[in-house]
Design a protein around this ligand. Structure first.
Ligand code: 26Q
Length: 836
């Protein structure tokens, strides 16, 4: 072998110690050209904004990279306690504009692009949304990451790198049609593949128990089908503070041995098919759909996330501490985003006991002290259960561990409540029945030190209802963490005009301390300020119209002076988009009757996706579109009223919608919406809420005061007591407006060529067992809408209310939420970076 004098020399230079990339205009211009021409091979003649957008993203990514490295080194050097946010969903939306805002370079980059003859906005909006989530829960995870980085907390997000995100929605003949969202087709410049941190995940096979010389039993899980988990990292920049945290998403890849076994057996086709099974795991995000419950692939996904993430954390730990786990719980903490990743509790036990040879009790203490669980729903049909049979087949060792956890838990319960068999049955992790099921929420509560709901009412209902036995047993585990949204994306970035006015008035401290918005309140009395506020809202409404027109979403003439009345969220019966439609039909009836004195024009915008298998939700979309078609084309209506269904609602659409909203519809049946977060985004942008006493609406109303919130509807308690003798037909009989609305619906006016189409929708609300009790709240809703109109007629009064709503939205920053998680659950120390 030829000797090479350079091979073993000690490094004289640090590889990672780079000069910082410049952030002056010329630096952006030079680097942009470099990427655009040299790397991507494009020139002035390229017409697609995609390559320019990619080039700029690479330029920005470079600026994050050096900070990313420093952040990482700081955490290692300080050997700090760390947190991990485990979530099946991270609904990140677009990255470029957020990265520029957080780096503080938006203005400079705008100028640099301008000099190159490029409009920055065009590059920003050509970026695909990363739609790796369904809705609230996924977007919450994304807002949390932004706040953790802004608060300089050492948190790592762990999730799945789905090849296909949330489907895109198109509307054909009024109906939802789903298209797959192959968001990675053109590559993703924001992610870095880190093959070197891959882990092997086991499925199937069987277990063996042996006893060693000391009489300890040893469990092995053998003859498994293995899949490789390969991490892809995305940088998460804090707001102008140098911190760059990490979102690590796992991709499933077939392992070599996995293929080889079959291949050696001579069955080539089987080998290729097996490769597909492995690589299918992270192929697609499941839509939030009760019909998808119990699907094997979903369980594979959940275990894949849990196992890969835990192995990752343990590999890092043993790399430093070897097999000494005494301080593990002191240094690590996992937050489980709903029960979706809660198999992590059993997996951590497996890794500690079977792989790292801790005793059961040592492992259990560590597990219970590191896991924390957040619940996001009260709907019983949304609670996860897995059949024991499926789990035994797919994850046999985990099933044994869950049985063992449950056996010890049942012992504890019976010593607390001796002789109370009913209590044991209700609390057991295993539900008995014709088929045994694992109740994941019970596993999550038993295996963690903290259980939280996402708004005050929701937490209270968990404690008194769904989890009351657990609350009686472990009251100290339960706590509330009211949700929030990040003010960087949801005000500073999406509404730059309003953000500038606010900063010019009270300074820009609000961006990282949203409670400072309170300083705006006195300006509600300032006529000049109100005028500016109104002009900004009006311009935002106009640009929303222009945007819809440019996308050929509507040819309708929309009236900017109308109330922009928005309901954007997943389509679900409990969210009661139907109630909104009943109101629209009522307004239509009034127009047709000539009852239009003091009329206030209204433009009702409804957007959201229905789970592909949720029949009733899809019918509601069709109804909205049919009603829209009739109303919008009726010459009697003119611009008094418009109804528009916004197709393909997603993060980037909400960024356009928020600034232009006057009225925020939050009209769920009381006790059903855990929190809601769209309500917070709209409030922050000066929309006024019409809502029930549900989820975080209650806290929004507390913050703005009852005069600045349009309240209606039964309370949760009233709903539950009314339920027993609910008689919608009697209510209809006593309400002429409601009678007229239903009569028009039932006459087939909105489905003249589709007879019977809405029969099931109509009969669902007339049913005395309607769980959502839409009819019960109709009158109160109509009256509240009347109060909305009165308020809107007085533009000065409306503007005051709008300013007061924004001024009191400080509580709903995820910075506040995350500080609460950190002070009460995670207890991480902020990690400021040393100046380099
Ligand atoms: C279930 C079974 C099979 C496949 C998927 C699922 C699934 C997927 C997503 C079940 C639930 C979800 C998401 C739920 C969700 O987004 N919940 C919302 O969480 C928000 C954040 O806390 C709250 O504000 C909302 O009130 C709550 O509805």
């Amino acid at each position: 072998m030829p000797t090479n004098k350079y091979v073993k020399s000690k490094p004289k230079l640090s590889i990672t110690n780079l000069p910082n990339k410049g952030i002056k205009k010329v630096d952006f211009i030079d680097d942009f050209k470099q990427y655009y021409v040299h790397l991507l091979g494009r020139d002035e003649n390229c017409r697609s904004p995609f390559y320019a957008s990619s080039a700029l993203s690479l330029v920005i990514r470079d600026r994050l990279m050096e900070h990313w490295n420093i952040t990482h080194q700081t955490y290692s050097k300080n050997d700090c306690r760390r947190g991990y946010y485990l979530s099946m969903e991270f609904l990140m939306g677009r990255t470029l504009s957020n990265a520029m805002l957080n780096l503080g370079v938006t203005d400079t980059v705008t100028k640099a692009m301008y000099d190159l003859g490029i409009e920055l906005e065009e590059l920003i909006s050509s970026e695909q949304d990363a739609g790796l989530g369904n809705g609230g829960l996924g977007r919450l995870a994304a807002c949390f990451l932004d706040s953790c980085a802004t608060l300089q907390l050492p948190i790592l997000g762990y999730g799945l790198r789905y090849e296909y995100g949330m489907f895109t929605q198109t509307i054909v003949n009024g109906e939802q049609v789903e298209k797959p969202d192959h968001w990675l087709r053109h590559g993703n410049v924001w992610e870095i593949e880190r093959l070197e941190y891959s882990h092997t995940i086991k499925f199937g096979g069987h277990t063996e128990t042996t006893t060693d010389d000391d009489g300890h039993s040893k469990h092995t899980w053998i003859e498994t089908s293995n899949v490789l988990a390969v991490p892809f990292d995305t940088p998460i920049p804090g707001y102008q503070n140098g911190t760059v945290n990490t979102l690590r998403l796992w991709k499933s890849v077939a392992t070599e041995e996995f293929n080889l076994d079959e291949f050696n057996a001579g069955d080539y086709a089987e080998a290729v098919a097996a490769k597909n099974t492995a690589e299918n795991i992270t192929m697609v995000l499941y839509p939030n759909d009760a019909n998808e419950n119990g699907k094997e692939l979903r369980l594979r996904q959940q275990y894949f996330l849990a196992s890969a993430s835990l192995q990752d954390v343990l590999a890092h730990w043993t790399g430093i501490h070897g097999n000494n786990f005494t301080r593990f719980a002191e240094k690590n903490c996992f937050q489980l985003n709903d029960t979706h990743p809660s198999i992590a509790i059993a997996e951590l036990m497996r890794l500690l006991v079977d792989i790292h040879h801790l005793s059961w009790n040592e492992a259990w203490i560590i597990t219970k002290n590191t896991m924390a669980y957040t619940n996001h729903t009260l709907l019983p049909e949304a609670l996860e259960r897995w059949s024991v049979k499926l789990m035994q087949r797919l994850l046999p060792r985990l099933m044994e561990i869950i049985f063992e956890i449950n056996a010890q838990f049942m012992t504890d319960v019976s010593s607390h409540w001796p002789g109370d068999g009913e209590r044991l049955r209700k609390m057991s992790i295993i539900e008995e029945g014709h088929e045994q099921q694992v109740r994941m929420a019970h596993l999550a509560i038993v295996g963690s030190f903290s259980v939280n709901g996402v708004a005050q009412l929701h937490t209270q209902l968990l404690q008194q209802g769904l989890f009351s036995d657990f609350y009686a047993f472990w009251p100290h585990k339960f706590n509330n963490k009211t949700n929030g949204v990040t003010p960087r994306r949801w005000l500073a970035a999406c509404n730059p005009e309003l953000a500038s006015l606010i900063s010019a008035t009270i300074g820009d401290g609000w961006i990282t301390d949203l409670s400072q918005l309170k300083k705006l309140e006195p300006y509600a009395e300032d006529a000049q300020f109100r005028k500016q506020w109104r002009a900004i809202k009006q311009a935002a409404k106009q640009s929303l119209i222009d945007y819809k027109k440019a996308n050929h979403e509507t040819e309708l003439h929309l009236n900017v002076d109308a109330i922009f009345d928005m309901q954007v969220k997943r389509i679900h019966e409990y969210k009661r988009q139907l109630l909104n439609v009943l109101h629209v039909i009522h307004l239509y009836n009034r127009i047709k009757k000539g009852d239009t004195e003091n009329w206030v024009a209204r433009c009702v915008l409804i957007g959201g996706k229905a789970a592909p298998g949720y029949r009733m939700a899809k019918k509601v979309i069709k109804l909205i579109n049919n009603v829209a078609q009739i109303i919008n084309s009726d010459p009697d209506v003119g611009d008094k009223l418009a109804l528009l269904f916004l197709s393909d609602y997603r993060v980037s659409a909400m960024e356009k919608i928020c600034p232009g909203a006057d009225l925020s519809e939050q009209i769920s049946t009381a006790g059903k919406e855990a929190s809601g977060t769209g309500n917070m985004k709209l409030m922050m942008n000066g929309a006024i809420t019409i809502g029930t006493l549900d989820g975080a609406n209650i806290e929004i109303r507390e913050e703005v005061g009852e005069k600045n919130f349009f309240l209606f509807g039964l309370t949760e308690e009233q709903i539950e007591s009314r339920r027993k003798h609910y008689n919608p037909l009697a209510i209809i009989d006593h309400d002429n407006d409601l009678k007229d609305v239903l009569h028009l619906l039932e006459s087939g006016h909105f489905n003249q060529f589709e007879p019977g189409l809405f029969d099931d929708v109509i009969s669902s609300i007339k049913n005395p067992h309607d769980p959502w009790m839409t009819i019960a709240d109709f009158r109160s809703y109509i009256d509240a809408q009347k109060r909305v109109e009165e308020a809107y007629l007085d533009q000065e009064r409306w503007t005051k209310m709008s300013i007061i709503n924004c001024a009191n939205s400080g509580k709903f920053s995820t910075d506040r939420t995350i500080n609460e998680y950190n002070n009460e659950i995670w207890k991480l120390k902020p990690q400021p970076l040393n100046p380099q």
